[in-house]
Design a protein around this ligand. Structure first.
Ligand code: NDP
Length: 284
């Protein structure tokens, strides 16, 4: 039987609806409008298109957004000053610095300057540390979106084998930590893993976050596994594909996310969720 397709588009639309209701309530009961401050340095077309998507999503759920678009020649000190101004601005509850930054700017220095209470990307070490010890924090958006997809599909994690392929700070490591916190037995694979196929085949839940088109083939998937494909790869002819050989995997997995339309739409939605949370937490 073909696997169920987990639609990030649909889940994302219903979460945005829920968020719009929370935003309306914040306005009505507390006169509070969640605000997102975005800093975009340079003219990388992909970054501009991501920021446009974020602005649009913010508008849809009723979040106020302020986007600072500055040239690639902007100095590190100037970017740090923008962060500092957003830190102090009471209208801004969440700050996002679109990555990558130009080479002359130290990304970590900029991320570390964000007030952890406004760090809606969840990249500040305070939030990463709090995530690891299970304290209230901002969860990075892509891993957060993956967990929402699993939860809203009713996937049981307790006691299951979960394999994460990829160990980046923004996807692999945090999603592994979240799966662990939900009592899965977690294996993290990377480019030096000796038996990748074997590690994948043991997984009841397989998360692929590598960035290599269709590298996870059907024979690497345990029959009935749930497969989350984070990869976004453009192949010859311009088509977007994931890290999983989707058509073949459909015949083996019990559920799978498509690319596009799976994890992708969730990432921006989780940024909106974190911004609403950041505003709500100012009332606590
Ligand atoms: P990184 O390049 O930072 O990390 C890739 C990881 O894959 C590394 O840990 C690397 O191992 C591992 N890897 C590379 N080759 C192999 C291999 N042959 N076998 C096993 N592991 C391997 O990528 P990101 O985590 O940032 O992103 C991963 C993918 O997800 C990309 O396609 C990206 O575009 C996509 N993405 C999608 C998002 C969305 O919203 N849908 C958001 C973020 C990312 P090592 O550490 O040893 O080098």
């Amino acid at each position: 039987m073909a696997a169920k397709i987990i639609s990030g588009k649909e889940v994302s639309a219903s979460i945005r609806q829920e968020l719009a209701e929370r935003v309306a309530e914040l306005k009505e009961k507390h006169g509070l409008v969640p605000g997102l401050g975005v800093i975009l340095v340079g003219d990388d077309p992909a970054s501009h298109s991501y920021v446009k998507g974020k602005e649009k999503a913010a508008g849809q759920v009723g979040i106020y957004s302020e986007v600072l678009r500055v040239p690639a020649s902007t100095t590190e000190a100037e970017v740090l000053k923008m962060v500092e101004d957003f830190n102090k601005n009471p209208k801004i509850h969440g700050i996002l610095v679109q990555l990558p930054l130009p080479d002359h700017i130290d990304e970590n220095k900029v991320i570390f300057a964000i007030d952890p209470k406004k760090d809606v990307d969840g990249f500040h070490p305070v939030n990463i540390g709090r995530l690891h010890i299970g304290e209230e924090c901002f969860i990075p958006c892509t891993p957060n979106g993956i967990m929402e997809l699993l939860d809203r599909t009713g996937v049981e994690l307790k006691g299951k084998n979960a394999t994460v392929v990829g160990r980046s700070n923004i996807v692999g490591k945090p999603v592994a930590m979240l799966l662990l916190s939900r009592h899965a037995t977690v294996t993290i694979c990377h480019s030096r893993t000796t038996d990748l196929a074997g590690e994948c085949r043991r997984a009841d839940v397989l998360v692929a976050a590598v960035g290599r088109p269709r590298m996870i083939t059907a024979d690497m998937i345990k029959p009935g596994a749930v497969v989350i494909d984070v990869g976004v790869n453009r192949i010859e002819g311009g088509k977007l594909v994931g890290d999983v050989d989707f058509d073949a995997a459909l015949e083996v997995a019990s559920a799978i996310t498509p690319v596009p339309g799976g994890v992708g739409p969730m990432t921006i939605t989780m940024l909106m969720k974190n911004t609403v949370l950041a505003a709500e937490r100012t009332l606590a």
